[in-house]
Design a protein around this ligand. Structure first.
Ligand code: ZN
Length: 287
């Protein structure tokens, strides 16, 4: 991440991207969020808010100012990681808007499905299923179910723009970490986007993607290459995950080693389901 440029990031400022699409960047930069979470406002006379972001007073103040008293028909979250949904309820209280959004996740507070990166307080007023729509200024906003990064992930289609959350990002490949993250689901969700003809993607992190078809093809190719690499490493010899990470991600930022291990596990679980690898204790080997 280019830390030196972070000071130039337009935190708490409304940026108009298209006549009916604007963005406010939240001040939560990290190794996983790039410069921070981008909250999108869509509509003109009325609005929907996509990915309200972290519960930061500065960000909520900026959103309230950007909304400027207009009617907010829906607060929509692509998923419930802590950098996306915690501002939903406070923004609902400030604006009177309902949270019309992805499903909550039933995560255990202990055990293998416990995950501190999830917003356990998230409580939508209405859950959108795949292809369900709401209207903003009479224009439909359609939920596109895209599980993989998380099991509850939705993209939102508005005209020929697609708000892709963390499913497709403009700055980095997406983290897919079990048990909630699922590589086979993620690949199927990429294929789902490949069959669409969106003009532009607006991700929650990083710049817009103005060549969606080509970009998604590259992402699919990258994952398939990663899978072949993991498979060839475990064909060479039985290996534990840290050994696979060290070989597959040379020079990796140390802050991302855990996430890379999660992605490798996601690939291995997918390969195991397909009968191509087996587990021997903590190590993996070709079947
Ligand atoms: Zn996420």
């Amino acid at each position: 991440m280019a830390r030196g440029r972070a000071v130039e990031a337009p935190y708490a400022r409304l940026e108009q991207l298209e006549p009916a699409i604007a963005r406010v960047l939240a001040h939560n930069a990290s190794a996983f969020t790039y410069f921070g979470t981008q909250t999108y406002l869509i509509g003109t006379s009325e609005l929907a808010v996509i990915d309200p972001g972290p519960d930061l007073p500065e960000h909520l103040d900026a959103l309230e100012q950007a909304i400027g008293g207009r009617n907010v028909v829906a607060i929509m979250c692509t998923h419930t990681h802590r950098d996306h949904s915690p501002a939903a309820r406070p923004l609902a209280e400030r604006t009177g808007a309902p949270i019309v959004s992805c499903a909550p996740l039933a995560l255990e507070t202990v055990g293998p499905r416990a995950d501190a990166s999830f917003d356990g307080d998230y409580a939508p007023d209405r859950v959108l299923q795949d292809q369900e729509t709401i209207e903003v200024d009479g224009v439909p906003v359609t939920a596109v179910a895209t599980p993989g990064h998380t099991s509850n992930h939705l993209c939102f289609a508005y005209g020929d723009a697609l708000f892709t959350g963390d499913h497709v990002m403009g700055w980095s490949t997406t983290v897919v970490v079990p048990p909630d993250g699922d590589m086979a689901a993620y690949m199927a969700s990429l294929e789902k986007l490949r069959r669409r003809d969106d003009r532009i993607y607006y991700p929650a992190h990083g710049p817009p993607v103005d060549n969606p078809q080509q970009y998604v093809r590259q992402l699919v190719g990258h994952r398939m290459q990663r899978e072949r690499q993991i498979l060839s490493l475990v064909k060479e010899q039985t290996r534990p995950i840290p050994d696979i990470v060290a070989n597959a991600y040379p020079g990796l930022d140390p802050r991302l080693v855990t996430a890379a291990g999660g992605s490798v596990l996601a690939h291995l679980l997918d390969l195991e389901r397909r009968g191509l690898v087996e587990r021997e204790g903590d190590a993996w080997t070709a079947a």
